[in-house]
Design a protein around this ligand. Structure first.
Ligand code: G3P
Length: 228
């Protein structure tokens, strides 16, 4: 069973054009370098086609950005949960605002991941939905208000109550679930604010993908999670 170590910086590569193929590999290597340099927990979520070769080149944990609760092997164009491990992933993000799932599918997916000893990191839009999802007992929940994603306006600064309440609500249902936040996280200060609100980590995409030096940006964000 893979256990998520916190505080954690999760970098979602999404489908940024510069993070496909070789670009995915380079960013994952930068993340690995930053993890070693800062002695911090960094997890990366490359695009699905890059998972296997990235996993063969770095030793930091790899998550998929989505996987399907599809049990049949004779399925076409799906990325089944049962194929995650063979493709180098320790688990998957589920229900990202760019890939929402209905509650039944989400619950089935979390259950399948648990049975296979794989990590479930479920995104939710706010503290209320986080509490609902907590009832399915995923390993981790990330609170990400969709309207802040990609804006550079950090959830931890713009909507601190959603993070603070989210942590309390989730822990009231199941204290073992790790609670992260994301959306607009750009600077060390944004990460620090998140940690001070009780978040056990952050999800970041555009700040790293579009940084002049992604490696330096990852080091900056990773360092700021520590010592609280
Ligand atoms: O999965 C992380 C994400 O949705 C946050 O995106 O660009 O606001 O860091 P971004």
């Amino acid at each position: 069973m893979y256990q998520l170590r916190t505080p954690v910086l999760v970098i979602n590569f999404k489908n940024y054009a510069n993070l496909q193929g070789k670009g995915s590999l380079e960013l994952a290597k930068s993340a690995q370098h930053a993890a070693k340099l800062t002695n911090s927990n960094i997890v990366v979520a490359p695009p699905t086609p890059c998972l296997y070769f990235v996993s063969k080149s770095v030793d930091i944990p790899i998550l998929a950005q989505h996987a399907d609760a599809e049990k049949g092997e004779a399925s076409t164009g799906k990325f089944p949960i049962f194929s995650l491990r063979a493709n180098g992933a320790v688990g998957t993000i589920l229900n990202h605002s760019e890939r929402r799932l209905d509650m039944q599918t989400l619950s089935n997916s979390i259950q399948q991941l648990r049975e296979l000893g794989l990590l479930s990191l479920v995104c939710t839009q706010d503290n209320l939905s986080a509490k609902e999802v907590a009832k399915f007992h995923p390993d981790a929940i990330a609170i990400e208000p969709p309207e802040l994603i990609g804006t550079g306006r950090a959830v931890s600064k713009v909507s601190p109550a959603i993070v603070e309440e989210g942590v309390k609500s989730v822990k009231s249902v199941d204290p073992s679930i790790k609670v992260l936040c994301g959306a607009g996280i750009t600077s060390a200060d944004d990460v620090r604010a998140a940690v001070l609100l009780g978040a056990e980590g952050v999800l970041v995409a555009s700040a790293v993908a579009k940084a002049e030096s992604p490696r330096e940006k990852i080091i900056e964000l990773a360092r700021s999670m520590l010592n609280y």
